[in-house]
Design a protein around this ligand. Structure first.
Ligand SMILES: *[C@@H]1O[C@H](CO)[C@@H](O)[C@H](O)[C@H]1NC(C)=O
Ligand SMILES: *[C@@H]1O[C@H](CO)[C@@H](O)[C@H](O)[C@H]1NC(C)=O
Ligand SMILES: *[C@@H]1O[C@H](CO)[C@@H](O)[C@H](O)[C@H]1NC(C)=O
Ligand SMILES: *[C@@H]1O[C@H](CO)[C@@H](O)[C@H](O)[C@H]1NC(C)=O
Ligand SMILES: *[C@@H]1O[C@H](CO)[C@@H](O)[C@H](O)[C@H]1NC(C)=O
Ligand SMILES: *[C@@H]1O[C@H](CO)[C@@H](O)[C@H](O)[C@H]1NC(C)=O
Ligand SMILES: *[C@@H]1O[C@H](CO)[C@@H](O)[C@H](O)[C@H]1NC(C)=O
Ligand SMILES: *[C@@H]1O[C@H](CO)[C@@H](O)[C@H](O)[C@H]1NC(C)=O
Ligand SMILES: *[C@@H]1O[C@H](CO)[C@@H](O)[C@H](O)[C@H]1NC(C)=O
Ligand SMILES: [Cu+2]
Length: 592
């Protein structure tokens, strides 16, 4: 159901109060559409109002964004507006079973989102992997007065594209037939969801390019022939201009660059987005890694000759926010070890601190709002929602150890965080050198890449009461359970959130309870709660035997994967996994 008349009237009143603010309404009729964006294969995708790619949402700071969703798919859905703080508005953050029940097939749901930030964001499905199938669009939020002057702007969407439906790929990815955990490799990379995007430049003008990586997996290196770029924004945070020739964009990250057009129209130039092959377990010979678009000065001009280019070293931690914010000593440190492994149901899963995320029976936010003073007890949310309860206004230092040979882009809902430090080895609170206590003005963003086998420290203040998911933004890893929830100042939520009772209609229609603990019960009786698989018993023998079984199964199936899990030591395990991936890749190459 759409928002009640009462809450819309309230909105209108708020809107009148602020000078330029408006209520901007989008009606999103979400349906399947048949598309062929790379010209190689027609398939069913998810579009909005019959359109694919889904057109951008365009609003201004202080507006209120209203999205009326009509779910015409045959499965549930939900929408997350990535990067928005949603202050006192967690009920519209979007991840299914975290802050809402999924919107049933055939039902409606209205998101009401006061816009309190500016910059480049995106909106995407947050129910299983629907964004990989196309349910994703830019959200451009104009500042009332932009920090930097420019004449015009373009949005540049980098995304990978698969020919198969997400569900089919995901079933394979998580299954026992994929013991080395190889992520599905995309069939194409696209700029603005087409294979030769054109950007018209007029001599002398300055352009803002908003680059958004909406990939499921692929990481891109972005550069422009014949033009310098000045980075001015990362994930909605304006930064001091930094001149670059190329920079990497991982899934879910955004950058704005200013580009000064050249003075003459004699030549056109290539825009490059090179997919980083390191992310892929296997590179099919037909996959075009280096994606291009064209900067067009004149439709009749020829392309400027290309000079050999390279991917420059780049550290987003060096970018300097315009609005200064010093880092301070944390009140609490939380260390998370991210591990991808075969678990005791023989599925291929991912974990923080040995817990793979499994959604609870009641959305975690609704639990927080309905269990009274138990809301500060993490047990009430169920073990596998992996809730950590944060006290109001605590400064949190989150250290993530990436115990995997792949890179992972981690995203925190409801916040930007400061990048405090990166290490290329794991961090151990007992023995490692601590991260710098303070810094005058570290970079801030909402999605950060953690290099293989390395660690990162980020800090944020728990000043946003709500329930915020923290997860890997490689969609395959999120589906594998690489997620946990921060429950922030839950005792404030019942009086703080302005809940439209219509939000519970989705739960009612699907028979999902919307009060009580993770099992939908009172108190701490969690019998019947959703349970996840667990790590395999750590003995050398068991893992060895299981690995052997997988090897035999794989060989019988002709998948060629070689796996050996007989080591308990994490670093060795990671190395074994990497070797297994390489061996699998080599074996497949031999097959071809
Ligand atoms: C935008 O909203 C903020 C916070 O409510 C307010 O302080 C500011 O004056 C508003 N700006 C305009 C131009 O309405
Ligand atoms: C949604 O789109 C579908 C397919 O284009 C159309 O059949 C249906 O009438 C639309 N529904 C609404 C409410 O606009
Ligand atoms: C987006 O909004 C801005 C500011 O309101 C406007 O100038 C621009 O034309 C809009 N762009 C699109 C594509 O609607
Ligand atoms: C959803 O909204 C559309 C458009 O307003 C309306 O036609 C339809 O009846 C609504 N469906 C439900 C289930 O409320
Ligand atoms: C925006 O900038 C213009 C011109 O510099 C100025 O007149 C106006 O007051 C500014 N508006 C706000 C909301 O800061
Ligand atoms: C998008 O993100 C993915 C995953 O981190 C990364 O592999 C890819 O290179 C990124 N794309 C771009 C254009 O940076
Ligand atoms: C364009 O010409 C002006 C004036 O001659 C010069 O200052 C500027 O650097 C030139 N810009 C570029 C991008 O070549
Ligand atoms: C893609 O571009 C990079 C540099 O921009 C280059 O090093 C690499 O060889 C290219 N890859 C292919 C497959 O052409
Ligand atoms: C929690 O609430 C219950 C029921 O309202 C009350 O009996 C109990 O004393 C409270 N416990 C604490 C620790 O405040
Ligand atoms: Cu990941």
């Amino acid at each position: 159901m759409f928002a009640s008349v009462k809450s819309l009237a309230l909105l209108a009143a708020v809107a009148v109060g602020a000078a330029q603010a408006a209520v901007v309404t989008y009606n999103w009729n979400i349906t399947y559409v048949n598309v062929n964006p790379d010209g190689l294969f027609e398939r069913r995708a998810i579009g909005v109002n019959g359109q694919f790619p889904v057109p951008a949402i365009n609003v201004t700071l202080n507006d209120t964004l209203v999205i009326n969703v009509i779910n015409q798919l045959d499965t549930p859905t939900s929408l997350h507006t990535h990067g928005l703080f949603q202050t006192h508005n967690a009920q519209y953050d979007g991840p299914a079973m975290v802050t809402q029940c999924p919107i049933p097939a055939g039902a409606n749901f209205t998101y009401v989102i006061p816009i309190e930030q500016h910059g480049t964001y995106w909106i995407h499905g947050h129910y299983h992997g629907q964004y990989v199938d196309g349910l994703r669009a830019p959200v451009i939020i104009h500042n009332i007065n932009e920090t930097y002057k420019y004449d015009d702007e373009y949005t540049v969407i980098l995304a990978d594209w698969y020919h198969k439906q997400h569900q089919e790929l995901n079933d394979w990815y998580l299954s026992i037939y994929n013991p080395s955990g190889a992520e599905p490799v995309p069939d194409s990379g696209l700029i603005n969801q087409v294979s030769d995007a054109k950007f018209n430049f007029v001599p002398g003008k300055t352009y803002r390019l908003r680059i958004i990586n909406m990939s499921a997996l692929a990481m891109f290196h972005f550069h422009l022939a014949g033009h310098d770029m000045d980075i001015i924004e990362i994930d909605g945070i304006d930064v001091e201009p930094k001149r670059v020739t190329s920079f990497p964009v991982t899934a879910a990250q955004r950058y704005s660059v200013l580009v000064k057009a050249r003075n003459d129209t004699s030549l056109n130039y290539i825009m490059h987005a090179d997919m980083d092959p390191a992310m892929f377990d296997k590179i099919p010979p037909e996959l075009k890694l280096n994606i291009t678009g064209t900067i067009v000065y004149s439709p009749t001009a020829s392309l400027a000759p290309e000079e050999p280019s390279q991917w420059d070293a780049f550290d987003d931690g060096d970018l300097v926010p315009v609005v200064k914010q010093a880092s301070v000593k944390p009140d609490r440190q939380i260390v998370l070890d991210a591990v991808l492994e075969v678990l005791d149901d023989y599925s291929n899963k991912a974990m923080f601190n040995s817990i793979t995320y499994v959604p609870p029976k009641v959305p975690t936010l609704y639990t927080a709002m309905t269990v009274g003073n138990l809301s500060t007890n993490p047990d009430v949310y169920g073990k596998y929602a992996h809730a950590i309860v944060l006290k109001k206004n605590e400064m949190i230092e989150l250290v993530i150890n990436n115990k995997d040979p792949g890179n992972h882009p981690f995203h925190l809902h409801g916040h930007v965080f400061q990048i405090i430090g990166r290490r290329d080895t794991a961090y151990d609170p007992a023995t490692s050198e601590p991260f710098p206590e303070t810094a005058p003005n570290p970079a801030r963003r909402d999605t950060v890449l953690i290099p293989s086998d390395g660690a990162i420290s980020i800090r944020f203040r728990a000043d946003n009461p709500g329930v915020w998911l923290f997860h890997c933004h490689i969609e395959w890893h999120l589906e594998a359970g690489l997620a946990m929830t921060f429950v922030e100042a839950p005792e404030e939520l019942p009086s703080l959130l302005n809940i439209d009772p219509a939000i519970y209609d989705s739960c009612k229609a699907l028979g999902i309870p919307y009060s009580g603990n993770a099992a939908g019960k009172e108190g701490l009786d969690l019998e019947g709660a959703n349970l996840g698989p667990n790590p395999l018993p750590g003995t050398l023998g068991t893992k060895g035997i299981i690995a052997l079984v997988f090897t035999i199964i794989s060989a019988l199936l002709g998948l060629g994967a070689v796996i050996w899990y007989a080591q308990d030591d994490d670093a060795k395990l990671a190395a074994k996994r990497r070797e297994a991936k390489k061996a699998a890749r080599a074996a497949e190459e031999q097959d071809e």
